[in-house]
Design a binder for this molecule. Structure first.
Ligand code: PMP
Length: 407
């Protein structure tokens, strides 16, 4: 596809043709999960109809083709994020598991009592709780990068958080609750000047912004398939070979071993050392189809289209009486979070749902962000490549109606 053809894109997503509550579906909950194009849906059906078999084990034909297809995905991911080696791509269940692998395997090995981990004030719970669990176990300490009232991280304060005891930095590329795009490259460089490795949570970036892990020089990078038009139950942990090799396995079981005797077990090489047991095979394979789909349009074209849509939606929503945007950073991705004076976000969500419009309401698994803004939650509109200005207009009309009813 040379130019971005929105009608062609929309035609790829069967669910966009359905109605909800008698109205055409308008889906603005893409930060939670994206819809799937028929190319991915067909690939899932095709996997079960044509090649279902366990991977990495059998000599028989089906096992070979499913293994090959699974490994093709690994290479597609490698090229999508420009990893130096395909064995630096660990196939996981998703971002949450990817972060937990680092907390568990890197954390338990290299972080001890009194050591420090830096995270930011705008993290999703999945980039807070694993570190708190590690802190409980090891007696290490979390240091939090503060943010201003626009939802931008304070980089000077970040620099001042480093000490001799800092062992790891972990922060999100794009905030799922505020939409802020953090200056990841500068933040990684700063950590490296202090000799500290960095994990970036790419869950809300990978579907919107071209990522080059080598150019970023990031040490670990985590993301989920289901937020990038792929299946649920699959995701990626990218890690630099040198670090992954120093880390012990995550779980014990099949596939992650070389040899097992009752006296001694030797572990498999990368990436299998971190992939114990039967993976979500169909999701792993079809993540590759999601990457093909994104590549067929081009992330640059997607990014440009979504930026235009974000600007349009921000401008239109600003006309709603009593609206207050939560997250007004200078650089933002496809998330608009807001509250409306005197109205509970949940009530807005319910009325919009009656109109067939799906938004998310609540704390978005980022309760500390809500605490920082002194609110219980927001209404969150998160955009994807298939959303349109007409849908934004429907949202604005729906919101006007909700405000009239609830005021
Ligand atoms: N980090 C961020 C920034 C997210 O938005 C999400 C999903 N909402 C996650 C982590 C967790 O992703 P998953 O549930 O797919 O593991």
């Amino acid at each position: 596809m040379e130019t971005f053809d929105i009608q062609r894109v929309r035609a790829d997503f069967p669910i966009l043709g359905r109605e909800v509550n008698g109205k055409p579906l308008v889906y603005f909950d893409n930060g939670a999960t994206t819809q799937k194009p028929k190319q991915v849906i067909d690939a899932i059906v095709n996997y079960y109809a044509d090649m279902n078999s366990n991977v990495h084990r059998g000599v028989h034909y089906l096992s070979q083709i499913s293994t090959d297809a699974f490994e093709v995905t690994r290479r597609k991911v490698q090229s999508f994020i420009n990893a130096a080696h395909e064995h630096e791509v660990i196939i996981t269940k998703g971002t949450t598991e990817s972060i937990n692998i680092v907390a568990s395997c890197f954390g338990r090995t290299f972080i001890g009592e009194g050591d420090e981990i830096i995270i930011s004030a705008m993290e999703h719970h999945s980039n807070i709780v694993p570190w708190q669990m590690l802190a409980d176990e090891k007696g290490c300490v979390l240091r939090i990068i503060p943010m201003n009232d626009r939802g931008e991280l304070d980089i000077e304060a970040y620099n001042a958080l480093f000490s001799e005891r800092t062992k790891l930095v972990s922060f999100t590329y794009v905030s799922n609750s505020l939409g802020t795009i953090n200056p990841v490259k500068a933040m990684i460089d700063l950590a490296h000047q202090h000799g500290v490795p960095v994990l970036v949570d790419g869950a809300q970036a990978i579907q919107h912004i071209p990522v080059d892990v080598q150019a970023l020089d990031v040490d670990f990078f985590a993301f989920s398939g289901h937020k990038m038009y792929g299946p649920t139950g699959v995701g990626v942990l990218y890690g630099k070979e040198e670090l992954l090799n120093k880390m012990p396995p995550y779980q014990g079981g099949g596939d992650m071993i070389k040899d097992v005797t009752f006296e001694k077990t030797t572990y498999n090489e990368l990436p299998f050392k971190f992939e114990a047991g039967t993976p979500n095979i169909e999701a792993g394979i079809c993540l590759g189809d999601a990457i093909d789909y994104i590549n067929s349009i081009g992330l640059d074209a997607i990014h440009a289209y979504e930026e235009e849509l974000l600007a349009y939606a921000s401008e239109k929503l600003a006309t709603i009486e009593g609206i207050r945007f939560i997250g007004t950073a200078a650089t933002k991705s496809s998330v608009i979070s807001f509250v409306v004076d005197g109205i509970h976000p949940y009530d807005i969500g319910v009325i919009l749902d009656k109109l067939g419009i799906a938004v998310r309401t609540g704390h978005h698994c980022a309760q500390p962000v809500m605490q920082a803004f002194g609110i219980p939650g927001t209404v969150r509109v998160s955009l994807a490549l298939y959303n349109t200005k007409e849908e934004v207009d429907l949202l604005v009309a729906g919101l006007e109606r909700a405000v009239r009813m609830l005021k």
